[in-house]
Design a protein around this ligand. Structure first.
Ligand SMILES: Nc1nc2c(c(=O)[nH]1)N=C([C@H](O)[C@H](O)COP(=O)(O)OP(=O)(O)OP(=O)(O)O)CN2
Length: 159
């Protein structure tokens, strides 16, 4: 018989409201728009001395901090092949072809990813979560990001 345990954190307050745009199908670029993103996380592993996979509270508080850091921000990809993102003092200039936007630096989150899709945002959040919880070494971590009422992108890792 094989058995496994996991915990899942899926709370109403794991929400961030942020603006973004992505490109798709080559070089089609969305207009700037926003989402109320929802986040969930699932952690697998053996039980510890408390009979926990991991303390809900630790994961809850770490995930909440990450979610809050993305709330009310412009999400910008630093590794996009055709979206240019340049920090100039207190401003961020963003270009794509002939289009150009300028945002206050403090309103932006500059993200190490090629496109701000739900999938890559889920990977970013999972990576930060593992960094924030060095004592948590799950056999599997899955993070989901919902862009709009049921359109989830997931990232899963076996660290
Ligand atoms: N697999 C993915 N597919 C798509 C993603 C993604 O991140 N992963 N993202 C998008 C777009 O960002 C788009 O904003 C989402 O599409 P849409 O449902 O049209 O979003 P709206 O906020 O406009 O929702 P409405 O219900 O139409 O108001 C596309 N695909």
């Amino acid at each position: 018989m094989s058995e496994s345990f996991h915990v899942r954190l899926s709370k109403e307050r794991f929400v961030f409201s942020a603006a973004h745009f992505i490109t798709f199908n080559g070089d089609i670029c969305e207009p700037l728009h926003g989402h109320n993103y929802h986040v969930t996380a699932e952690v697998n592993g053996p039980l510890d001395e408390n009979q926990y996979v991991v303390d809900f509270i630790l994961v809850r508080d770490a995930l909440q901090k990450i979610v809050d850091s993305l709330d009310h921000r412009m999400l910008l990809p630093l590794e996009h092949p055709t979206i240019g993102v340049t920090v100039e003092g207190e401003e961020v200039e963003v270009t794509h072809g002939v289009r150009r936007w300028v945002f206050p630096r403090q309103d932006c989150v500059l993200l190490p990813m090629a496109n701000t899709t739900a999938e890559l945002l889920a990977k970013y959040i999972a990576t930060l979560l593992l960094e924030t919880l060095p004592d948590c070494t799950p056999s599997r971590l899955s993070v989901g990001v919902d862009e709009c009422d049921g359109q989830w992108g997931y990232y899963e890792t076996n660290p």
